[in-house]
Design a protein around this ligand. Structure first.
Ligand code: SF4
Length: 236
């Protein structure tokens, strides 16, 4: 719903829980371009369906034969590519309510291990957030999509912001935010720093990034893997 390409939405970690140290044993939801693996989608400029206008995805410089301006911290060579390959080889069954619903009950779900949850209908996010016992997720698209959809998604997702001005505007619209600040910088005073870095709590146990369903302050985090962020940050 955020670009012209067909996407697939894949939930992993249903049978064997994820061993991701930061997120803990959450169900991981990947949003991927159906016909192109994650690298190829960006290289061909065909990734909008999965990541929308997110400025962190970078682009392929044909002349220099390399990716540029990639700020996104997700290592596409690991989870996203492996999941796309497995889907290409048709290893994942299509969702069947009678067979698979119970696998979500009592579990916690992470929307957007890769890709932006705004790529799918709100009804899917709402349905599985309700079946699960807790959820986290981020969208960088809330500013660019229809306000009614954005408000509905913000019930479940943090508004992922690229700078303090966006963070302030998102809060003005009533959304909770997630802001990554460059190393050595502080987040806004009306947000709190992610407790994974202050207290070692993982996302599975924390769940603060659950959108407006959580009545808590917004979140900021210092850039750890996102080294490309520093040159584009502007203090007010
Ligand atoms: S605030 Fe909590 S849920 Fe959000 S990223 Fe940090 S540990 Fe995860």
């Amino acid at each position: 719903m955020i670009g012209p390409q067909q996407v697939v939405v894949i939930a992993t970690g249903l049978v064997t829980p994820s061993d991701n140290k930061k997120t803990g044993p959450m169900i991981q939801v990947y949003i991927l371009i159906d016909e192109l693996d994650p690298y190829e989608a960006i290289r061909q400029g065909e990734n909008q369906g999965a990541c929308g206008k997110c400025e962190f995805q970078g682009y392929w410089d044909e002349g220099a034969q390399k990716f540029r301006d990639v700020v996104c911290y997700v290592n596409k060579g690991q989870g996203p590519s492996a999941v796309w390959d497995a889907d290409y080889e048709e290893k994942y069954p299509d969702y069947d309510e009678a067979l698979h619903r119970s696998l979500f009950v009592g579990r916690r779900i992470r929307w957007g291990a890769y890709g932006d949850p705004a790529a799918m209908p709100v009804s899917i996010v709402r349905k599985f957030s309700a079946i699960c016992d807790g959820h986290t997720g981020y969208s960088n698209q809330l500013f660019w999509i229809d306000r009614r959809r954005a408000d509905a998604l913000a019930q479940f997702l943090q508004c992922s912001c690229a700078n303090k001005a966006q963070d302030a505007e998102a809060k003005r619209r009533g959304w909770r935010t997630f802001l990554v600040v460059p190393k050595g910088k502080e987040g806004p005073s009306n947000s709190i720093e992610c407790p994974y870095y202050t207290r070692g709590v993982n996302c599975h146990d924390c769940l603060l990034c659950g959108g407006k369903e959580r009545s808590a302050k917004s979140i900021w985090v210092e850039a750890h893997a996102m080294t490309g962020l520093n040159h584009r940050w502007e203090d007010e």
